[in-house]
Write a protein that binds this ligand. Structure first.
Ligand code: TRP
Length: 451
């Protein structure tokens, strides 16, 4: 089956699947600690501007390119710009980025899956309420040669199953069920967190703007987080764009996705910080916040804590699952289009490859920590490549392609569903795609390298 024939069955399905891709560990794990670090409310304000002004424009650009071309990234760029086939390389770079991000994502997802099981078995609860054993548990688990690998493989198998189900029966149906479940889980956790004694201090930490902490670095971090959180700049939204039904309003769809993604990030902050403050713990836990600080919070709640712990790590795992699905879908769809083999064959092959790479990254934190690239372990190296180098380049290429290579008439035609929609925002969209977004991305990219 070729890409052209595939599509999400409804606009709701398309939105849910794309929200599933966007909402992930970036919202629940990365956003809260980044926001806390760079001045709470001040960061949030800048973040919201970036997400809506630049992030959503990138998403619309990928949707326009994907739906117009009806191909996977490499062929999409080539089809829309037949005179310069070299643009296909940009698509290739996007697909490669997806491959590396997925491998790294699998490692983190393996941990969250492991923590669901550790919560259920009471292993986490047994660690008590002092910080040292909890941090040690995480250190031992994440560097163990076998344990995290087992969970990684289980998680990866789940992802593969959904992809084998196909675009409508797999991705769309799973997203339509899991995204509401995720919203419910997070609301339950928010209510619990906000009703704890002393919760308001956490709310203040998240929302009260402290502009003195909002440095240039913070502003760049806000833009980086905006791109990461919306899953733009790696061909994922381009492929999902090619599945968006022809009569769907691209602008509205992207706005819905952006709004949901931002809401979930804010709700995650509200689920985490009030509880952390209520327990008198250090909110600046950084990346370890979720694994090293939160178990402490749950353990102060007695038996109910076990339930909340299971719910929380389940939430993380569900969020990671729908994101991982979108990444494997890009790889699978691209492979199928270029090799003309069956979808299932490519999905299994790619899943095996990316899982093997994930296992290698996971082991680079323990058994293989002596292997170094430019002084970094494999895991830290790929983390750098995945955040600083690849996504900003792909994103930059994408807006330049849309703003400067595609004829204005084509972009407008696709954006307005062949002129059937009135789209007053088109001029603004085009302006941001041509000037503002490329400039902002260039600044992020250059400063990322220099830092
Ligand atoms: N947006 C995802 C998150 O918030 C992370 C991510 C970045 C991603 N790029 C992606 C997910 C591409 C799927 C596809 O966690």
């Amino acid at each position: 089956m070729s890409t052209q024939q595939k599509s999400f069955s409804s606009s709701l399905g398309a939105i849910m699947a794309a929200v599933g891709s966007a909402v992930g560990l970036g919202n629940i794990w990365r956003f809260p600690y980044t926001c806390g670090k760079y001045g709470g409310g001040a960061f949030l304000l800048v973040y919201i501007c970036f997400v809506f002004l630049i992030g959503s424009v990138l998403m619309m650009s990928e949707f326009v390119i994907g739906r117009r071309a009806q191909h996977t990234p490499i062929k999409a760029f080539q089809t829309l710009c037949p005179r310069h086939k070299a643009w296909g390389l940009l698509g290739l770079l996007g697909v490669i980025t997806s491959f590396f991000i997925l491998a790294q994502y699998l490692v983190l997802s393996g941990w969250t899956t492991g923590y669901v099981s550790h919560s259920i078995t009471g292993q986490l609860a047994a660690l008590g309420t002092s910080s040292a054993p909890i941090s040690e548990h995480f250190a031992q688990f994440s560097t163990h040669p076998v344990q995290p690998v087992i969970y990684l493989v289980v998680f990866s198998a789940l992802v593969l199953c959904v992809i084998l189900g196909g675009v409508q029966k797999g991705i769309e149906n799973v997203s339509k069920v899991l995204m509401p479940v995720l919203a419910l889980l997070i609301l339950v956790l928010c209510v619990r967190s906000l009703t704890l004694p002393g919760a308001m201090k956490g709310v203040e930490y998240l929302f009260s703007p402290d502009f003195s902490k909002l440095t240039g670095e913070g502003i760049l971090a806000a833009l980086g987080q905006a791109l990461f959180s919306l899953s733009v700049g790696m061909g994922v939204m381009l492929v999902y764009g090619s599945y968006i039904p022809v009569n769907e309003n691209i602008f509205k769809t992207a706005m819905w996705i952006t709004t949901c993604d931002t809401l979930i990030a804010i709700l995650s902050g509200l689920a985490i910080f009030p509880a952390v403050f209520s327990c008198g713990l250090d909110p600046a836990g950084g990346p370890g916040l979720v694994f090293c600080v939160l178990p402490n919070v749950f353990n102060t709640m007695g038996t109910a804590g076990i339930v909340f712990s299971v719910l929380f790590f389940l939430l993380l795992t569900v969020a990671a699952l729908t994101s991982a699905i979108s990444l494997l879908e890009v790889l699978t769809a691209t492979f199928a289009e270029h090799t003309r083999t069956r979808r299932a064959f490519g999905a299994i092959l790619l899943s095996l490859l990316v899982t093997a790479l994930g296992v290698l990254f996971s082991m680079s934190l323990g058994t293989l920590s002596h292997i170094k690239i430019t002084g970094l372990t494999l895991f830290d190296f790929i983390d750098r490549v995945n955040s600083i180098y690849l996504p900003p380049i792909c994103a930059l290429g994408t807006v330049i392609f849309l703003g400067w290579m595609m004829p204005d008439a084509d972009v407008r035609d696709e954006f307005s569903n062949h002129g059937t929609l009135s789209v007053p925002v088109y001029g603004l969209f085009r302006f941001i795609a041509r000037y503002i977004a490329p400039l902002a991305l260039l600044v992020v990219f250059i400063s990322g390298i220099l830092m």
